[in-house]
Ligand binder design. Sequence first.
Ligand code: NAP
Ligand code: GDD
Length: 347
Amino acid sequence: MTTDVPKTAIVTGITGQDGSYLAELLLDQGYEVHGLIRRASSFNTERIDHLYQDPHERDVKLTLHYGDLTDASQMARLIRQVAPDEIYNLAAQSHVAVSFDQPEYTGNVTGIGVVRLLEAIRETGVETRLYQAGTSELFGDSPPPQGPTTAFRPRSPYAAAKLYAHWVVDNYREGYGMFAVNGILFNHESPRRGPTFVTRKVTRAVARIIAGLEQVVYLGNLDAERDWGHARDYVRAMWMMLQRDEPRDFVIGTGEAHTIRDLCRVAFGRVGLEWEPFVRVDPRYFRPVEVERLRADPSAANDELGWRPQTTFEELIAEMVDADLADHGLTIDQARERAATVTVAAQ
Ligand code: NAP
Ligand code: GDD
């Protein structure tokens, strides 16, 4: 995948899981990338440190700018200054469970944040294309498979905020002729996934149990089903959506679903352990309202966008477990040897 003319892109949420993979993809293609980062009291750029370039060097391709989706004036300034060909809005309060604790903040960042961006684009008059990070959470309790014509039935403040963002993007596309699209992405994971999302929580626990640092992991609803893919594959879909002649929303997923139990079986199985003795249910991880079953109908993405995932569920979880083991200086072979000596905590 290469582009003929180097382009410029702004990526909000560049310090997140998807932002880091997307920045890699864009830089690989010769883009000049401008990332929006939040000021924090400690460094928060771990996922993109390998891409960082000293601004004093010549021909710098990655530049970071302080900003926040709650600060409209900074976004307008940045868009005017950079005049990007493409904007990827990945920034969000992205944790569904946290959105029940912080509903107002989630609405402000995850919902209204995109309006601030759209208005900044309109006011500056910069010709650009916008990708909005939509979510399968929009489908809520609509039964699977969920595709382009499935009803939205959001079941969390996060999903409600993303629903607002979704319609506003479609509205600005129609009303103002903007090239603005929603990617409705099902769950996607990687070794860079935040440690409080369930896949990473489990793969990290496997490594910590093998390293002797923990004996059990506490989880919530084990029956939920998710359609999990690899983030690296999904950022490719984001990019492909902005290269089309006509703006259009797409549903992106694998079409395969697994329960949290399946996830535990595959993750613990990677090191040769049965999962049941190491997993306990703690109701504190139940959500006030749950989305039980998500599985994509990705046929339009396959046929019309030409996108297909390249990583299987088993490959994804193996990559995550191996990366978490490596954080403890362990190879998969060493982990399998150690597994035989792991003690099971009394119930
Ligand atoms: P993530 O790892 O949680 O990253 C979120 C990013 O947003 C981080 O860079 C974070 O900055 C930034 N951010 C949070 N609040 C902000 C604010 N007020 N202003 C500016 N930046 C802010 O999420 P992800 O998994 O990469 O997901 C990327 C996007 O896709 C999100 O919008 C998410 O809702 C959506 N999505 C994700 C999935 C998935 O399965 N991963 C599926 C569908 C949709 P800090 O690093 O400073 O916290
Ligand atoms: N986080 C978490 N922690 N989830 C748990 C746990 C636990 O201990 N135990 C069970 N689960 C269940 C949740 O109840 C949910 O049904 C499922 O595991 C997945 O939870 P998360 O990994 O937190 O992801 P999510 O599906 O709620 O949200 C993610 O995917 C969305 C797309 O469908 C996030 O990345 C969202 O930003 C994204 O929009």
